[in-house]
Design a protein around this ligand. Structure first.
Ligand SMILES: Cc1cc2nc3c(=O)[nH]c(=O)nc-3n(C[C@H](O)[C@H](O)[C@H](O)COP(=O)(O)OP(=O)(O)OC[C@H]3O[C@@H](n4cnc5c(N)ncnc54)[C@H](O)[C@@H]3O)c2cc1C
Length: 503
């Protein structure tokens, strides 16, 4: 049946976005018997219909093919999923509960005691972990990339460990980015979205919400454009009315854009934070790595006290080729031995804060400039990763840096070049996929855009339930904490509805 170009619909709860936040809200509200409609800009694809080749996979599932960047001298790309499942549809399923110091900080500085109350949050994590098959990566699916990192940790006495992920049945296909081909990874498109649908929720994909409709200080619906599946260009328009509430869950960049376009101001778009990262590759000719097999990310070295976390990060060959140094015959020789290469990445908890605003010509305008201490922190991490690679048996490390750092390092001492470099903007190539802030929760409208129950301070029945509500970044992978926090807020909303109905 042809897809209608112009759509009108209504529901009690309209949820915009189906990523970690939106899908969890849909899971909780629909299980409580409430009338839920999910709207998603990206397509709803079965995993067998998602392309396997990396470039096509990214074009299909990544917003703007990863071209959303910060403004300034050294633009940082910000990766965001744009598909049913949001960024969880392309992530590696790494699961970390919210660190205790973060929880306490939010209570003390932002008055979020009820939202992140210990017993309730722990209970939410336990349910999510059970439902999403969370487990430690098994030894038989670690793969060579992670095994090399484990060896480095053993030799240097570092606190490495296999990663806990939402993929208990992982078969080591190394295709998290393209969508797990065996459906083992419990991304939202493979878990909470179908679960909500089976509990009676509905979903419209390829719908780009442009405005929240606000009448007399209350959110009463949304309107926007219906998109063509192939071109993603507008083909029509829609308006959806929300009888009870609108829940915005478009992620830390798109949510403030939508809210500001809808007329909200104040703290909306402020306090943008991230965990920018960088990666290096190394060559291990004596004991090949075989990156094609194993969990995409199977092993990690958490070093929160130093502000970063190191992770193995396997690439498909077409992406690895772009990271291997050299030209001409030298490059071709290396390409012929791709199975000898490993890639490791660092995610770093930067102190910098930025702002997000609607772009002049559409999209988002993001101001974000790492502080000198942030840059130093990532240099420390990169230097450590270089040392780790050499002690694990690498004969070459390709750091991928500017600033006069050789393209190919051949001795462990050269790690000091990175530790001591004074990089100019752009000489360390950063990319960020853990994004926070921009509509943060607080008990005071001067500190946050939404209340501790995640309803807007300015517009009644308008909720934000995604990474935006985090007042700070965390130093660990965010998906689980986003789900835990949203679970708490959505459960409270469902209880209020129950009480209102029984009154
Ligand atoms: C490549 C990658 C790897 C990652 N790996 C991990 C990991 O292993 N572990 C971990 O914990 N975290 C990981 N993350 C981060 C994690 O996935 C995100 O922090 C989390 O998914 C954010 O949840 P969210 O609900 O805020 O936004 P998202 O999950 O990004 O969902 C937002 C959704 O809203 C939709 N949307 C946006 N604007 C509109 C609009 N105007 N109208 C309609 N729909 C809209 C988007 O298309 C998207 O589907 C990774 C992220 C990326 C990009």
């Amino acid at each position: 049946m042809a897809r209608p170009k112009n759509v009108r619909d209504e529901a009690d709860f309209v949820i915009v976005g189906t990523g970690a936040g939106g899908a969890t809200a849909a899971r909780v509200l629909s299980a409580a018997g409430l009338d839920v409609l999910m709207l998603e800009e990206g397509p709803n694809l079965r995993v067998e219909d998602r392309p396997r080749e990396a470039v096509d996979a990214l074009r299909t599932a990544l917003r703007g093919f990863g071209t959303t960047t910060s403004t300034g001298l050294a633009p940082i790309p910000f990766l965001q999923g744009c598909i049913v499942g949001g960024s969880t549809a392309i992530n590696s399923g790494i699961i970390w509960r919210m660190p205790e110091d973060v929880r306490r900080d939010w209570i003390e500085r932002f008055g979020l005691g009820e939202l992140v109350e210990e017993t309730g949050l722990t209970k939410a994590f336990e349910i999510i972990e059970e439902e999403l098959e969370v487990d430690v990566t098994r030894a038989d699916v670690l793969g060579g990339n992670s095994e090399k990192m484990a060896l480095a940790c053993e030799k240097l006495g570092l606190p490495g460990k296999p990663i806990t992920r939402n993929a208990r049945r992982c078969a080591g296909a190394n295709q998290c980015l393209q969508g797990c081909p065996t459906r083992a990874r419990m991304s939202m498109d493979n878990s909470y979205v179908p679960r909500a649908l089976s509990d009676g929720a509905r979903l419209h994909d390829l719908m780009q919400v442009e405005r929240v409709i606000i009448e007399e200080g209350r959110a009463v619906g949304v309107r926007g454009l219906t998109l063509d599946k192939e071109t993603r260009q507008p083909v029509g328009s829609f308006e959806v009315r929300a009888r009870r509430a609108v829940i915005v869950a478009c992620g830390a960049i798109q949510t403030p854009v939508l809210l500001r376009r809808s007329g909200l101001k104040g703290m909306v778009g402020e306090r943008f934070q991230a965990h920018p990262g960088a990666a290096i590759v190394g060559r291990f000719p004596d004991a090949p790595v075989g990156m094609g097999y194993g969990a995409t990310q199977g092993y990690e070295v958490p070093m929160r006290e130093r502000g970063f976390k190191i992770e193995s990060l396997s690439l498909p060959p077409e992406m690895l080729a772009t990271r291997i140094a050299g030209v001409g015959a030298e490059w071709q020789e290396r390409l012929a031995h791709m199975d000898q290469f490993a890639q490791w990445a660092v995610q770093s908890r930067f102190k910098a804060q930025g702002t997000v605003r609607p772009g002049l010509f559409g999209g988002a305008s993001i101001r974000y400039n790492p502080l000198p201490s942030d840059v130093k922190q990532i240099q420390d991490a990169l230097a450590l990763m270089v040392r780790m690679m050499f002690v694990a048996g690498a004969t070459e490390v390709h750091p991928g840096l500017g600033g006069g750092i050789p393209d190919v390092l051949t001795s462990i001492d050269q790690a000091d070049l990175i530790a001591n470099m004074r990089p100019k903007p752009g000489e360390i190539h950063l990319v960020a996929s853990h994004l926070f802030g921009t509509a943060c929760a607080a008990d005071d409208p001067r500190k946050g855009a939404v209340r501790p129950d995640l309803m807007s301070w300015d517009v009644r029945d308008l909720y934000v339930m995604d990474a935006c509500v985090f007042p700070t970044n965390m130093g660990v992978n965010p998906q689980h904490s986003i789900m835990g926090v949203v679970w708490r807020a959505a459960s409270k909303l469902a209880n209020q509805e129950r009480l209102a109905k029984s009154a």
